[in-house]
Structure formats: C-alpha cells, structure tokens
Design a protein around this ligand. Structure first.
Ligand code: DC
Length: 335
C-alpha cells in the first residue's frame, strides 16, 4: 500500500472554494503519481476548523472519486498554524515512490516532503516576468520574489537623499544603512524601504531608469543578491530578475529566459502604466525600454544574459497564462 500526502488552502470558507481546491488537489495527486482515480482506495481528509462550509470528502465524491472509501474530520484549533487548510491522505495499492502534493501555500507545512525549489525567471523589461511569476507561484503554491522591486527601492532611497544613482561613492553610505524588507500581505509582495511600504511608489515610470543605473553598482548588487539568496534558501520561490540564473542562483534547478519583441514589451508596459493612471508617451516609453535593456546588458557586474541552461521563451505571441502554463508543465515534468 502506498500513502500519498497532500494539502491545500482556501482563500474563503465557501462551498465553491472547497470544491474547487479539493478537486484540484486530487487531480494533481493522481497526475503526479501516474494513477487513475479508481486506483485510489481510501481518502482521509482533515481540515482546520475555520472551514465549516463543506465536507472535503463530499467534494472528492463530486470530483469523481466514486469507488474509494472517504472520511473527513475537523482538526483541533492549533493557533499559529496554516489557516484554512485541507489535508489529505490518499491510499493506493499501486506501488512506487509517492509524490506528495502541496498547493496554495501548503508547501510550508512539510519542508521534509516538499524540498525547496527555486525557479529563475530572467529577461528584459516588459517581457511579462512579474505577471507570469505570480501565476506560476500561485499554481505551485510557492512564493514569488520580484527582485527588480529591490533595485527600485534602492533608486528611491537615492532619490530621497538626492544622491546620484550612478555614483558609487555617493550611494555606498546609503546602501550600507538601507533596510529593504519584502513581506507577503494577502499573498502579494510588498516592498518596504526603511520601514515604509513603497510598493506603489517604486512603480512610478521615472524610477525605472534610475533602478537600472543604481543596479550596476557593486555595493548595491552585493547587498541585494545577499538578501535574495537568503529568501531563496529558506523557501520555495520563483525569482524574477535579470541575473537570477547566471549569478544569484546559478544552481537553480529551473531556469527560464523570457523575452518578447521590443514593440510588444513597450505596448504591455504602456497598458500597465496607463491602467494605473500614469501619463506616458508611447514612443518615449519604447525608447526608454530599449535604452534600459542596453544598460542592463552592458553593465560589468552580472549583466542581463540568458543562462546557458535556461529555457528560452519568446512571449511575443503568447499571453501570460500560456507562458505560465508552459513553465509549470516544464517544472512538473521534472519534480
Ligand atoms: O524588473 P524591473 O523592471 O522592476 O527592474 C528594474 C531594474 O532593476 C532593471 O532595469 C535592472 C535592475 N535589476 C537587476 O539589475 N537585476 C535584477 N535581478 C532585477 C532587476
């Protein structure tokens, strides 16, 4: 008999969410263990007692697990544990190494089962890295780390202090004292500069070029790369940036390089910025993107470059969902 463990979370205690997440969890268990639904002989569920709307076992029956025995139970209240969580134990007579499945943040429950995975997603500006990495992270139940946000926060610090972003002598004392923190609030990354949430401010168009300039300085890269490596060592995550696969995590098991035509990238950035209410001129934005890519590619330390072992993706004719699905497929083929 083989025992497969799995867990997922729901965002809301609703019948629809319990049904959808249980269905998704069981589908992944079956797929990753190369089983059919009928080869599962027993499903034992437990859920944290903040889920009352529906029985996971009922959701399993509805998901087509009609032959196996089913049981669900509520867990005692363990304060400090993962909230709104559903766990499952699936038994099958088909032998082989079990592939345990943890989705929607539940990977944090079992570090022993789910070894840390790091995914490097590099590429030029506007290639869709941040949207794609959010989608991949959500599907795999891991964190996503937008490393560009850190360099943007460094540029903002220089702006506050009237320091020239390209001058190492002026910037170093600021970087020595800078406190950049990345926190996850309601599942999304928030970037804090010296205790202040600057997540919106760093997205202003005028910060982009300064972030590129400041990111070429040795003192800045050393400090940011140290922070990024620390986060990656502690948790499974997808990191999007310019030098993740080549420099930050050269041993990452999964590496992707995402790009698109400059015209398409400029259109995407234009849409993103105008939707946020910024006034931008398309032609100047396109020129800036091309210039920024050149600057990121030409800098001496850790330039923007595809790692030799990265999978190349041209997203000019793909949407973010398609790119994310491609990346998830590549990862699931290997794990
Ligand atoms: O991804 P972004 O546009 O937010 O990044 C802003 C700048 O930060 C980018 O032009 C170069 C720099 N950067 C970097 O040098 N290395 C990274 N890993 C991420 C960003």
């Amino acid at each position: 008999m083989k025992a497969i463990r799995g867990a997922t979370t729901v965002d809301f205690d609703s019948i629809e969410q319990v049904r959808a997440r249980v269905g998704e969890l069981l589908k992944e268990i079956v797929k990753r263990n190369a089983l059919t639904r009928d080869e599962i002989v027993f499903l034992l569920f437990s859920n944290t007692n903040d889920i009352c709307s529906y029985y996971p076992a009922k959701a399993a029956r509805e998901a087509g697990f009609s032959f196996c025995s089913l049981f669900s139970a509520a867990e005692p209240d363990m304060s400090g544990g993962l909230e709104k969580c559903i766990r499952v134990l699936a038994l099958t007579e088909k032998c082989g190494k079990p592939e345990h499945v943890y989705l929607h943040g539940a990977a944090s429950l079992r570090r022993d089962y789910s070894k840390i995975i790091n995914i490097a997603l590099d590429g030029p500006a506007g290639g869709g890295k941040s949207t794609v990495s959010k989608l991949v992270a959500e599907t795999l139940g891991i964190l996503c780390l937008d490393t560009g946000a850190m360099y943007r926060a460094c540029a903002l610090k220089c702006m506050y202090e009237n320091a020239d972003c390209g001058n190492e002598i002026a910037v170093k004392p600021l970087i020595d004292k800078i406190n950049i923190e990345v926190k996850y609030i309601d599942g999304s990354q928030r970037t804090f500069l010296d205790g202040k949430d600057v997540s919106e401010e760093i997205r202003k168009p005028q910060i982009s070029m300064s972030a590129s300039t400041v990111s070429s300085l040795d003192c800045v890269r050393k400090k940011m790369v140290g922070l990024q490596r620390k986060i990656a060592a502690e948790t499974s995550c997808i990191l999007d940036g310019r030098d993740i696969g080549t420099n930050v995590l050269p041993d990452a098991e999964f590496k992707f390089f995402l790009t698109a035509d400059a015209e398409v990238r400029a259109q995407r950035r234009f849409k993103e910025l105008t939707e946020k209410g910024h006034t931008v001129d398309f032609e100047s934005l396109k020129t800036e993107i091309i210039l920024r890519d050149e600057q990121d590619k030409m800098r001496k330390i850790a330039p923007l470059r595809q790692a030799d072992d990265a999978v190349f993706i041209d997203s000019s004719a793909m949407n973010a969902e398609e790119v994310a699905a491609f990346i998830v497929r590549k990862i699931q083929e290997k794990i």
